[in-house]
Design a protein around this ligand. Structure first.
Ligand code: FAD
Length: 557
């Protein structure tokens, strides 16, 4: 199959092809799981279509801790297979997108009565490294009290006994999803956001033959026909299984909510990421990133509204208490929180298990109608999950069709055109960008870091475009160039696509929203032909999202 030279997702062009052809595979759900499946399927040679009812990565895939990690705590639950697989995946995904999956040193401070004692930490981290084939300087080091406090002086000198120092990777979940989708589109997949699957349509023998969909931009309804259907709808998996009458009492989802809170970096100026104990026996992360440090996560049972998941005062109280106990020199309160996010883990239910004890393993459910659903799992394992789903699809198709499909080779498909080869190359590129940005008046080194880690070398298209705009404030020129890029290359269709998923501004640079909102709205009107009603809707939705990130509710919706 011919691979196009540009990574472009263009909505109007894609939507035309939806109802005009029969696909080999339709994937419902455009989170990281669906995106990974789309790339695996299209690159193996399947005529593939993916639809997403909202924006790509608007569900859980924008609400994670944003780590590509083996999951140290799963070792304690003896989930050796899961730790081994995700440990190995970290290095593969890093190679596929080194600007987006970035090595991150993690400090695990040891305290009296902590989750892991000194010996357990030492052995556990060693096994963790062995399972993931971690080599050289990246292998874990055990630190004494003095070395631990030197690494992070904000820790409590009265309680620290020592520390474990080991390697993980950090990412941006929504950007990872969009890069996977652009790559799948290069391999010929048809991919559309704001297109919702409403109903399944069956043959006389009860097999799904097509789906009824609605395009939320136009309210136009249409049918998509395919040989095979996969539901990668995360927290909505059981909603679709209900529609398909295939949900069972023995296998169903157990949703748990996870909240993260974000502080300006100056309020919680950590020298590196920390994985620390909370007094209820759980552990949480504190991760410095650009202008902020974020802390999370909670893990509580959830039965509220799937479409609006928010942080409650009780979630915030839990995280503030944890962070103030671990770092007693700073005393943070609710007013210091700059932003937050809350997401749902679509886990598989097991009787009598607490939320944190539920397995993070993925599972595939196949129904008599032909619907294949995937649930559970982690961002980190997206590639292997995709591989397993497509193998399950291939098992159901006639042998003569299966024969012409390639074996999965997503471990060799770089996620962006012109991919950098290593972390060193990323650093060199970032330094080069810093010089170029300085010359045009963007002097804060933050911008070189932000553009490199958000877009990789695609940043060049954005920087080149900046000169087309004449705003006195150079940051407005940058935002407008990013919007231009996002609309033309990444299917931006709403204000929230821009501010939340493509640029991460809502979580990591919330004050920039008020700075550039008006110019962004004006440009959207021009590029996307919005009428008055649409403009009102868009402003209302953005205000709601900003409120949900910055205001804390008494209870769930
Ligand atoms: P989603 O991202 O929710 O995607 C499902 C999509 O389906 C949604 O976008 C939804 O709009 C769409 N959809 C639903 N119904 C329809 C329909 N009818 N028609 C069309 N589209 C539809 N994993 C890690 O590896 N590392 C971490 O650090 C990590 N941290 C986490 C922290 C938290 C708090 C949580 C909640 C999860 C974390 N995870 C982490 C797990 C990881 O985020 C999830 O496993 C992953 O994002 C799930 O992706 P998904 O695509 O399956 O679901």
């Amino acid at each position: 199959m011919k691979v196009n030279s540009f990574s472009v997702l263009h909505r109007a062009a894609q939507i035309k092809t939806l109802s005009s052809q029969k696909f080999d595979l339709v994937i419902i759900g455009g989170g990281v799981t669906g995106a990974g499946i789309a790339l695996d399927a299209a690159s193996r040679g399947m005529k593939t279509c993916l639809i997403e009812k909202n924006d790509f990565a608007s569900g859980t895939s924008n609400k994670s801790t944003k780590l590509i990690h083996g999951g140290l705590r799963y070792l304690k639950q003896f989930e050796i297979g899961l730790v081994r697989e995700s440990g190995k995946e970290r290095a593969i995904v890093h190679k596929l997108a080194p600007h987006l999956v970035i090595p991150e040193k993690m400090l695990l401070p040891l305290v009296e009565d902590g989750t892991y004692g000194k010996l357990m930490t030492s052995i556990g981290l060693k096994v963790y490294d062995l399972l993931a084939n971690v080599e050289g300087d990246d292998r874990r080091k055990m630190l004494d009290k003095f070395q631990t406090l030197k690494k992070e002086p904000l820790l409590d000198a009265n309680t620290i006994l020592g520390g474990g120092y080991y390697s993980e990777y950090r990412t941006d979940d929504a950007r990872l999803t969009i890069e996977l989708l652009k790559k799948a589109s290069e391999f010929g997949a048809t991919i559309v956001n704001y297109c919702e699957m409403k109903e399944f349509v069956y043959t006389a023998k009860g097999r799904i033959k097509s789906i009824e969909c609605v395009d939320h931009n136009t309210a136009y309804t249409f049918t998509i026909s395919s040989q095979n259907f996969v539901s990668a709808t995360g927290p909505w998996v059981d909603v679709l299984r209900d529609k398909d009458a295939s949900k069972t009492k023995t296998k169903h989802l157990h949703l748990t909510k996870g909240v993260h809170i974000v502080f300006p970096f100056e309020m919680l100026p950590l020298k590196q990421s920390i994985y620390f104990d909370v007094d209820d026996g759980r552990m949480i992360f504190a991760i410095p990133r650009g202008r902020v440090t974020y802390v999370g996560t909670t893990d509580t049972d959830y039965s509220g509204n799937l479409e609006r998941v928010v942080a409650t005062k009780s979630d915030i109280g839990y995280l503030l208490n944890a962070v103030n106990t671990a770092f007693p020199k700073i005393n943070l309160d609710e007013s210091d929180i700059e932003s937050s996010w809350a997401g749902l883990r679509p886990l598989i239910h097991k009787d009598k298990k607490d939320p944190s004890e539920l397995s993070r393993k993925d599972e595939i459910f196949s129904s008599k109608s032909g619907l294949i659903s995937i649930a559970g799992g982690k961002l980190t394992g997206y590639r292997k999950m995709a591989h397993r789903v497509i193998d399950a699809v291939i098992d159901t198709i006639p042998k003569q069709h299966a024969k012409i499909l390639k074996a999965s080779f997503t471990d060799k498909i770089s996620l962006t055109t012109n991919t950098m080869r290593s972390s060193k190359a990323v650093k060199t590129y970032q330094n080069k960008l810093s010089v170029a940005l300085n010359e045009i008046g963007l002097e804060d080194p933050y911008f070189a870091w932000y553009l490199t880690s958000t877009y990789g070398k695609q940043a060049e298209l954005i920087i080149e475009k900046m000169s087309a705009f004449t705003n006195k404030n150079i940051e407005l020129q940058l935002a407008r160039a990013e919007l231009w890029y996002g609309i033309h290359y990444e299917m931006i269709n709403s204000l929230s696509d821009f501010f939340v998923r493509r640029t991460g501004r809502l979580f990591f640079d919330v004050s920039s929203i008020s700075l550039c909102k008006n110019v962004i709205i004006k440009d959207c009107i021009q590029y996307l032909n919005w009428d008055e009603t649409r403009i009102k809707q868009e402003k209302k939705e953005l205000n709601r999202l900003v409120k949900d990130a910055t205001f804390f509710y008494d209870k769930e919706f």
